[in-house]
Design a protein around this ligand. Sequence first.
Ligand code: HEM
Length: 550
Amino acid sequence: MLTFEKLEFSRKTCSIATVVLMLTIILYRVLTIVRTYIWKPLWYRRAMEAQGISGPTPHVLTGNLAEVQALKADAWITPMNVVRHDYVDRLFPHYRLWTQKFGPRFLFWLGLEPVIFETDPDLIKEVFSSDHKGAFAKFGPQTALSKKVTGDALFALNGTKWLHRRRAVRPVFQGEQLQGLVEPIMMSTKTILLDKWDRLLAGSRECCIEDIVPHIAALTGDVVARTLFRSSYEDSNHAFEQHKELVKLEFYRQPLPCSWTPGSITSYISVSFQRFRRRRELHASIQTTIKRMVDKAIAEESQRSDYVHKDFLSLLLAVNHLPGTIDGGFQMSKTDLTHEARSFYTAGYQAPATTLNWIMMLLANNPIWQERIYEELREVCGVDGILTMQMVNKLNNLSMVVFEALRLYTPAPETARTAVRDVQLGKLRIMKGTSISICIPKLHRLPEFWGDDANEFRPERFKDGVSAARKHPVAYMPFSYGPRYCVARTFALLEVKCIIAMIIQRFSFQLSPNYLHAPIIVGVSIQPKHGLPIVLARRQDGKPVLSSVQ
Ligand code: HEM
């Protein structure tokens, strides 16, 4: 029989057991925190120091992020006095400081993530090539963010999934397929940019455009919408605007309250909630639109055997159905197609826009190259001639300028690869979880490969092509290097060249006296901090009418 004492005893035992269990859980949590935030970084730093790699002391939660932000904010306040291209130390003041203190290879921390800054071209080549069979993958904060916006798309995938997807997507961006995309690019350039600039000129000899950056962004956005979903252009353009808003919300965090008063905390919470709701709305709306367009493309494809596959979505569908792809195991599901379409939105407008901005700046500052390109255009396609892919490929001066602009102002200046297992690179042991970070503008200026005039705009370097100009495979990597180089490289170059050719066919331009040269990093790309004001004139009988261009 259960006596009162026994009952009391078992109740006590139960309470003690609960307390012991809770204490164990708390102890476990505390130990995990100590291990993650204190012991592991300490142990890791010791291990790296043993290999001769040291670096700035990290803070417990944020690593060296706060220091990086403070240094950048300080260095980016004032513009550079004149248009010079030796901006690397200004743009990355933390790299300069730490290189001076710790040498060319050092260790720093992005939160809890250890990052080795690397400048040795041979080692970079090894990390970015596939020599180490899956030892390195893309896991950085940039990849995590793009995954949030686009889901499981090529850009953020790794391993076998990435390989299958890459094989499925690659044919879309190759060869003859691209010929059909010249027409929508030309259509966008004419309607969104050239006609608008003509209207701004309103018959005058010249006019000043305060900032061409938004004009170029609108243009590349339009190109994406037309080339991606030509058949549903109106719909896709709307989704594209929503997508841009979503990228801003995901990439730019809400600033913390400036004071900790109840009022500012309440307003912070309310703004956070609004942002959260808007993000959900946008995600849902974009997803619905893209799904609808994918369905439409699938229906069109099955109904029309003679359908000419000219936009990316139809091309994706077409290659997806090629014999062999199913057996090869890389056919994409409808969800995969939706993810890819969303990722083309982000990848497809930002980098070309940044590239075009800087080409325009460089050409405005070097009118002689505008004239060289103009003369070449006259020879290859006549005045106001319609462009074809074959013609664009013959424009050597234009190619040289584009390659040089991508060298000096590479749109995505920083990239990284993370070790997914311990790996030995020469004498260096890289431990699992370590990222190898590189600064591409630094590689693009290494004097041993580019000479003492590496900071100067000299398109002639590329007269015999990229391979002859770069003296090392990774000395030039605006589209990255190795198996994960930009899958859309050929298309991106075609787009940029078509747009610049069409601008030069109609206009000449120079930098406005209001232009302040101040490259900074916005999001992940290099942007002109104070915009890009130009003075624009319509060519008359093919001749430039701006005094500086004559
Ligand atoms: C001038 C324009 C462009 C530049 C400079 C550029 C540059 C790059 C770079 C550097 C990477 C590698 C990133 C990394 O590994 O960290 C990349 C990857 C990629 N780019 Fe581009 N890009 C451009 C235009 C485009 C366009 C127009 C599209 C699509 C329509 C695109 C789609 C992609 C995709 C899907 C990847 C991921 C490839 C993979 O991981 O296998 N890019 N791009």
